[in-house]
Design a protein around this ligand. Structure first.
Ligand code: HEC
Ligand code: HEC
Length: 351
């Protein structure tokens, strides 16, 4: 199987190119050229196409090298180090057994797989959700309290220092405030109808259930010891991200799923039609998941609130259902109008 598998892999790589040439989406970056990088860096508004990511395995085996490697492990084997069943009770910061890398794919290095390559270059930055400047540790903590359904980590906790060291190394080739191509999860076209969870259930049964299972519970790596984490992560239920997480917003999850699922596909050659991605995302976000208190205080300026935030209050008159499922075009237009009109709309729950 080894040699045949390798050969098939090579043929597959060859086969990707024609699909791209036919205009599936934008062409993938050619092999990294120093000249490209120089041109990227010269143009302040351009998104950096070629990611120059240092090879962690080439770091020396000194204190810094070990901290960076541990940081990558915290990202990939989060449940082992900081999960609810981690060996050291003092290190149990996460409330679920997800791994950061279940969403930040390929250890934070995948285009449109919520990459973390530019994070250390982009923070500190203003957070519209909290209405204050957040540094990178605070941004990590907002995934800790939402995506990982847990609690903030003290800055001097070793897993936090290690994550910061790993992310800092990922960004080490980038200038401050760099904008990278492939940031986030993509931008499939909006639907002009609400996303349909019932249709999404059919897509789920056809495309997702084989891995994520019928109760959305995924597949643990080890049946008795949860700290091994997941071979396939849960999409809802008690061990999933909570209702305040970015992945619980329809635009985010629909794009993530379109560009990355079934696991192994990429934005270069997605498998799902955009409408199927919207509908299956609506099915997933309709399911039960842990609740986070205090969400009504997110976004001190309600005009900064993303249109797909599934919880109020809102600046506009659209229903919560429309904010959950769309269509988002009319909401975006109304927000733009209110912005021009009022500038800001203070959140009544924040003072
Ligand atoms: C359930 C999916 C999920 C998990 C698990 C998750 N994140 Fe995130 N993370 C996101 C999403 C989605 C965003 C994009 C921001 C948004 O839409 O709110 C994000 C954004 C970030 C950012 C900011 C990136 C940038 O460039 O702005 C950092 C840093 C980050 N996450 C770190 C982590 C770390 C560290 C962990 C593990 C402790 C983690 N995340 C776990 C989904 C997740
Ligand atoms: C071949 C198995 C497989 C299939 C099919 C698949 N997934 Fe996944 N999915 C995974 C794996 C594995 C991960 C975690 C990736 C990682 O850790 O590198 C994942 C991650 C995710 C995540 C982010 C992590 C989380 O827990 O929320 C979402 C959302 C998701 N999948 C949704 C879907 C949807 C919707 C479908 C169907 C359209 C689907 N997946 C099909 C295996 C699969």
């Amino acid at each position: 199987m080894g040699a045949a598998g390798l050969l098939a892999g090579l043929i597959l790589v060859g086969a990707l190119a024609p699909g791209v040439a036919l205009g599936q989406q934008a062409a993938p970056p050619a092999s990294p050229q120093p000249a490209d990088l120089a041109a990227d860096l010269a143009n302040a508004n351009a998104r950096i196409k070629v990611w120059d990511i240092p090879d962690i395995d080439l770091l020396p085996d000194d204190e810094e090298g070990r901290l960076v490697r541990y940081g990558r492990s915290v990202l990939e084997a989060s449940a082992r180090h900081i999960g609810p069943d981690a060996a050291d009770p003092a290190q149990r910061f996460a409330g679920n057994n997800l791994a950061c890398a279940n969403c930040h794919l390929d250890a934070g290095r995948k285009k449109f797989g919520l990459p973390l390559v530019a994070a250390a270059a982009d923070y500190p930055r203003y957070s519209t959700r909290s209405g204050a400047v957040a540094d990178l540790a605070e941004r990590i903590d907002s995934c800790m309290t939402r995506s990982m359904n847990g609690r903030a980590m003290p800055r001097d906790a070793r897993p936090m220092r290690a994550l910061l060291a790993y992310l800092t190394l990922l960004s080490s080739a980038l200038p401050k405030d760099a904008r990278i191509e492939g940031a986030g999860a993509g931008a499939i076209p909006l639907l002009d109808r609400p996303a349909d969870p019932a249709r999404g259930a059919v897509v789920y049964a056809q495309t997702c259930v084989v891995c994520h299972r019928s109760g959305g519970e995924g597949l643990r790596r080890n049946a008795v010891d949860a700290s091994f984490g997941y071979g396939v992560p849960p999409l809802w239920g008690p061990d999933s991200f909570n209702d305040g997480a970015g992945m619980n917003r329809l635009v985010t999850i629909a794009n993530f799923v379109h560009d990355n699922m079934p696991n192994g596909v990429s934005w270069v050659m997605p498998e799902l039609a955009p409408a199927d991605a919207w509908d299956v995302a609506a099915y997933v976000t309709s399911q039960k998941r842990p609740h986070r208190d205090g969400l009504e205080r997110d976004f001190p300026d309600l005009l900064d609130k993303p249109v797909d935030t599934p919880y109020g209050p809102y600046a506009d008159g659209f229903s919560q259902t429309q904010h959950k499922y769309g269509p988002f075009g009319p909401i975006r237009a109304e927000i733009a109008r209110l912005k021009a009109d009022k500038g800001r709309v203070p959140n009544p729950n924040v003072r």
